[in-house]
Design a protein around this ligand. Structure first.
Ligand code: ATP
Length: 366
């Protein structure tokens, strides 16, 4: 399947907007690459340049290793799936799926056979005669996918294909799309601003901000070891705690992260200690995910922080505690099981104990 390489690609629109700023990115054979970032960060412009719908101002776009800057869109073996699926309402499902074949002059009989094959592979063989308005959201999505795969593309480009659907259907379809794409083995670039979509669907995620590529990696890599502070703050719900700390190395025995009113002490044999040791005497930002912080009994030795619970937020399967740690508020989940509303308001409750006892937390900075 098609491989894509962007080399130092910049796109400046005539009004001076720098939509894409010196981006280099590879998409491997059969890879599902998700472009993630907030609205206006340049994701769609990257996609449109790969499709040949926009020209890069500078830089190179290679498809299968060949320079493709001047290759017309129709010669790129690319299929696009858009928001709303862009189905033709006056055509039947069969006509919608077969439309790209009709455009390229494929005769009616082979076209009908191919449409039937694709529709049956997608489980929509029995609705070929219906109009899009007579389909469920999930079926419409499958028709859009059918139309995209009918010409056996080497590359799928998908621009927020699920963004107009309700959250239940979105979750269902994202599994379906990534399953289907993997089955077909077609290289894919999928644009979204939804990090849950990105982290669940992608082989690798490329995170953009203001036209600049911030980080590229597997979901585990970008979530666990974000390349920039922006990515650290952007990815994950709840957001990663970011605390400013001064670093002091004590005679190669431990590293202290001074957080103001308290400090975290990391023993020297802890890999995190050595990771920050070369910042001795400097201020750094320490990232800690809520799920990496767990309550421990008062008096527990080790790298612990103390915080007073400001409030709790219940999310059904977990509770988040917002804690003051000196001047800094951080949050932590998993308070040893759900805390019920009764407990929260009941006076003798666990919450009161949490509220009045200074909590100690192990701090596993990520
Ligand atoms: P969204 O998620 O909202 O679609 P995006 O990340 O896909 O956003 P782009 O559509 O690529 O972002 O736009 C990137 C920037 O380029 C934005 O500031 C946008 O306003 C600008 N832009 C896009 N198309 C044009 C154009 N034709 N002329 C001028 N500026 C443009």
């Amino acid at each position: 399947m098609t491989t894509v390489a962007l080399k130092d690609v910049t796109k400046v629109f005539p009004d001076g907007t720098v939509a894409v700023d010196n981006v280099s990115l590879d998409v491997n054979d059969g890879e599902f690459m998700v472009l993630l970032g907030p609205s206006g960060c340049g994701k769609s412009t990257v996609l449109r340049m790969v499709a040949g719908l926009e020209d890069p101002t500078t830089g190179a776009i290679l498809l299968d290793g060949e320079l493709a800057n001047d290759l017309p869109p129709r010669d790129r073996r690319i299929a696009m799936v858009f928001q709303d699926f862009a189905l033709y309402p006056h055509m039947t499902v069969g006509e919608n799926i077969g439309f790209p074949l009709r455009l390229s002059g494929v005769d009616q009989q082979p076209r009908g056979e191919r449409v039937a094959d694709v529709a049956s592979a997608l489980g929509i063989g029995d609705v070929l005669a219906r109009k899009p308005s007579q389909l469920s959201g999930g079926q419409r999505q499958r028709v859009a996918m059918g139309r995209a795969i009918v010409r056996r593309p080497g590359l799928f480009l998908m621009d927020e294909p699920l963004s107009n659907l309700d959250s239940g259907l979105r979750a269902e379809l994202r599994a379906e799309i990534s399953g289907l794409v993997r089955e077909l083995g077609v290289s894919t670039i999928y644009v979204t601003h939804d990090q849950a979509e990105a982290l669940t669907m992608a082989d690798r995620v490329a995170i953009m901000r203001k036209g600049v590529l911030q980080d590229v990696g597997t979901p585990t890599q970008v979530y666990g070891r974000p390349a920039t502070l922006y990515v650290a703050a952007f990815l994950g719900s709840p957001r990663m705690n970011l605390l400013e700390a001064s670093v002091y190395v004590h005679l190669d025995r431990y590293v202290a992260l001074n957080l103001g009113e308290q400090a975290l002490y990391l023993p020297w044999d802890d890999i995190r200690a050595r990771a920050v040791a070369h910042y001795h005497g400097e201020r750094i930002v320490v990232g800690m995910r809520a799920e990496a912080l767990t309550p421990v009994a008062p008096g527990t030795p080790g790298d612990v922080l103390q915080g007073r619970i400001r409030y709790l937020e219940h999310h059904g399967h977990e509770s988040l505690a917002f804690l003051d740690i000196g001047a800094t508020a951080i949050l932590v989940d998993d308070l040893g099981g759900p805390v019920t509303d009764g407990e929260e308001t009941g006076g003798t409750s666990r919450l009161r104990r949490f509220g009045h006892v200074m909590q100690r937390l192990t701090g596993r900075s990520g």
